[in-house]
Design a protein around this ligand. Structure first.
Ligand code: GLN
Length: 189
């Protein structure tokens, strides 16, 4: 990425952890809270975890939805976690809602139920060994279109994917001190 200036959507949810992780990875993060924040040139966008329904509604209310969708469609590199992944998905299982709809996967919200509401594993990601993965009321990725690359899985389902300009995770790289997912994003973008 040219300048490593990364806009982090900061209307709701776990955005500050991404800001810190990006700074630790050598990027220049800034928070996107309102429309005029989009005037700032950016090399990439982070969509954080939180509540996808609340985030989607706020994006619409703040007038951020259409410009961000346009930027994503035009190839802006995106790093999306959990609720952010739900916002990108082309389909949400058993739910007619579609937000940005730019990532050809079907996700299911809160897929791991109460017992597995929150859990961690360490596994390969994108060919890199021993990456810590924390899941918090995570969605599952139920299916992906053939041109989507699966970067990690758990119990037979994808937990992170790459598609064109998008890296999407059902888990939370920002909750670990392992910066390899961010370094990969900054390098690829
Ligand atoms: N369950 C949340 C949703 O459906 C996502 C959880 C998260 O982002 N940690 O939006």
């Amino acid at each position: 990425m040219k300048q490593n200036v990364i806009g982090v959507l900061a209307v709701q949810g776990a955005f500050i952890e991404h800001v810190h992780a990006l700074a630790n990875a050598g990027a220049k993060p800034f928070e996107i809270r309102q429309l005029r924040d989009l005037d700032r040139p950016m090399d990439g966008l982070v969509l954080p975890g939180g509540e996808s329904t609340v985030q989607g509604k706020l994006l619409r209310d703040l007038g951020l939805f259409n410009p961000l969708q346009e930027m994503i469609r035009n190839g802006l590199p995106v790093f999306a976690t959990c609720a952010g992944l739900i916002l990108l998905a082309r389909e949400i299982a058993d739910d007619p809602t579609v937000w940005f709809g730019t990532l050809p996967v079907t996700v299911r919200r809160n897929a791991y139920g109460r017992q597995l509401g929150s859990f961690s594993v360490t596994d390969d990601w994108n060919g890199l060994p021993q990456v810590p993965m924390t899941f918090i009321r995570a969605p599952s990725i139920e299916s992906v279109s053939p041109d989507v690359e699966v970067l990690s899985s758990f119990r037979g389902k994808a937990t992170s994917v790459r598609y064109r300009n998008i890296l999407g995770f059902t888990w939370h790289p920002e909750l670990s001190s392992d910066l390899r997912p961010y370094q990969t994003f900054l390098k690829e973008g």
